[in-house]
Design a protein around this ligand. Structure first.
Ligand code: GTP
Ligand code: MG
Length: 195
């Protein structure tokens, strides 16, 4: 599987640093600490390919990985609360929005949402950015090893209600745990189908 042929390419801090838009591209977006970098490691089976941390605001650049010869996988800084200076955070947030709305080869955004809470207002703001730019996105609930069944069901319900307002959302929500491996094969299959 091409997810096994992965290499870190570069970390980008401004739009003019983006690599040429000549490959199929997908990214992982979501609130700080939601588990984007951990999911990249789970998907690729590489424990420390992307840097993870308990501290929200770990990933501060738009990190490009090459998959085989054909795809780019992109790990993004989070949005929402982060433990970093306000000015620094404002800079990533601007880059994040410019990237999400302005990347010609971006085929799908995987929008990660914490399985304990479901979609929040900041998630919906990002969904609106994607709607306006007509970038298709698919919701992935993360850390589903943490919530109790009832909590997870509520988070799902809340998330579905929010998605119903967003026409560019894929209806299928993928449930994942990077820790336990749940949903990882499903997500790999979705990624393998991107073209
Ligand atoms: P930023 O780069 O700061 O935006 O965070 P991120 O979204 O990349 O999150 P990251 O992957 O660094 O994970 C944040 C924390 O959540 C880490 O302590 C991870 O170990 C933990 N975590 C990630 N995925 C899971 C999961 O599936 N289950 C559990 N229990 N913890 C997880
Ligand atoms: Mg990260």
């Amino acid at each position: 599987l091409f997810l096994g042929h992965v290499d870190f390419l570069k970390g980008v801090v401004a739009m003019d640093g983006l690599p040429p838009a000549d490959r199929v591209e997908f990214c992982l977006a979501g609130r700080s600490n939601v588990g984007k970098s951990s999911l990249i490691n789970a998907l690729t089976g590489r424990k420390a390919l992307a840097r993870t941390s308990n501290t929200p605001g770990r990933t501060q650049e738009v990190n490009f990985f090459t998959l085989g010869e054909s795809h780019y996988m992109v790990d993004l800084p989070g949005y929402g609360f982060a433990e970093a200076p306000v000015k620094v955070v404002a800079k990533w947030q601007a880059l994040l929005k410019d990237y999400l709305a302005g990347r010609a080869n971006l085929r799908r955004v995987f929008l990660l949402i914490d399985g304990r809470h479901g979609a929040k207002e900041v998630d919906e703001e990002i969904m609106s950015v994607l709607d306006r730019a007509a970038v298709p996105f698919q919701t992935v609930l993360t850390k589903i090893d943490k919530p109790k069944k009832g909590e997870l069901d509520k988070a799902l319900e809340r998330t579905r209600a929010v998605l119903a307002r967003h026409p560019t959302a894929y209806p299928e929500i993928v449930l994942t745990s990077s820790e336990k491996g749940e949903g990882i094969e499903t997500l790999r299959a979705i990624i393998a189908g991107l073209e």
